[in-house]
Design a protein around this ligand. Structure first.
Ligand code: ASP
Length: 349
């Protein structure tokens, strides 16, 4: 039987139109898609329904609340479709793919987030290939996870990151293997795909404004600025540290400021500002000193996944210790378990 796919069109370059002010989101993608897949060629394609969101956005305008609007859309159509495609702008696509992975743990159907660098309306574009391949991947079983597909690469959504602003191979998955490579053939990397045994859990939450921030450590970062960032209402900080978790411990007041914040219940997670790296706070004195302040190591989480996960956990309104415990526990393969770099991840749900 032909598979049925639900496409959620949220905005992004893929559906944009050129105006004197530059590209703007535009409705009517369903007509373009119908034109691309005429009935006589539709035989090899899954059946699809395209849902256009009422407010199409440039994804630069995205808020964490939007992850849950999209998750809600998927959850409310979950039992009627075999797979889901989310059409999205590239700028915050990796944040949304991460957010969806935590909002929809235990998925047993594929959710493929995609978009393009050139609109579908342009003669020469990457939109057509990305969209059609995402549709085919969403109809392929079993890929029971939130993925990001772009330019021949299928990635775990919470491992992907946008590396290039002006190239068609804009995304990569620096710390985890690709889930599939798409060339003439679609080569699925089965061992890399999540091992699902649990049940679907939909956690549609209401994230508050300004509860999590991301701060990149840089030479000269003062305790004063750090303290300003850590002021209430902030409840969580993703600290992009150097290398494998180094910070300027000799900067006056730096460690004391971090310790005071964790003591009053702010969850601080150190990740690496290197694209390919993993935080290990045991190796250097600057790392062990950081760990003593109560800052948690974020392993090889991307910034996007770390931010989305901490937002999610804080929105669950669970005790701070539980936020910390869950932050260091892989929910759906978002980080590699230390000493088992590419072991097959198991879903917690
Ligand atoms: N600014 C656009 C967006 O993220 C870029 C894109 O889609 O490629 O919506």
């Amino acid at each position: 039987m032909q598979k049925r796919i639900f496409i959620a069109y949220t905005g992004g370059t893929i559906g944009m139109r050129r105006t004197p002010q530059g590209y703007v989101p535009e409705s009517g993608l369903d007509r373009l898609l119908a034109h691309m897949i005429p009935p006589d060629l539709a035989e090899d394609m899954p059946d699809y329904v395209l849902h256009e969101c009422s407010h199409l956005i440039d994804s630069a305008n995205l808020h964490p609340r939007d992850w849950y609007r999209i998750a809600d859309l998927i959850a409310s159509h979950y039992h009627d479709y075999d797979g889901f495609v989310v059409l999205h702008g590239t700028d915050t696509m990796a944040y949304t793919a991460s957010g969806l992975s935590f909002a929809l743990p235990g998925l047993t159907k594929p959710v493929i987030v995609t978009g393009s660098q050139i609109p579908l309306r342009e003669m020469r574009n990457d939109a057509r290939n990305n969209l059609l391949t995402a549709l085919l991947l969403a109809a392929k079983d079993p890929i029971p996870e939130v993925c990001l597909y772009f330019n021949g690469r299928l990635m775990r959504g919470n491992r992907a990151t946008k590396l290039k602003g002006e190239a068609l191979d804009a995304f990569d998955s620096p710390n985890y293997p690709l889930l599939a490579k798409v060339g003439i053939n679609i080569e699925i990397n089965r061992p890399a795909i999540l091992d699902r045994t649990g049940t679907e859990v939909f956690q549609i939450l209401q994230p508050a404004d300004g509860q999590v921030a991301v701060l990149k450590v840089f030479p000269g970062l003062s305790a004063k600025l750090l303290a300003k960032v850590l002021e209430p209402p902030l409840r969580g900080l993703i600290l992009e540290s150097y290398g494998i978790g180094a910070v300027p411990i000799e900067s006056p007041g730096f460690l004391a400021t971090l310790a005071a914040a964790t003591e009053r219940g702010v969850t601080i997670v150190a990740i690496s500002q290197c694209i390919e790296s993993r935080v290990d706070l045991r190796k250097y004195a600057v790392g062990t000193a950081l760990a003593r302040t109560g800052v948690l190591g974020g392993f090889d989480l991307t910034t996007e996944a770390a931010y989305a996960k901490l937002n999610h956990l804080l929105s669950l309104n669970i005790p701070t210790e539980e936020v910390g415990r869950n932050m260091q526990r892989s929910w759906c393969g978002e980080f590699s378990v230390p000493d088992e770099p590419f072991g097959r991840a198991r879903s917690l749900y």
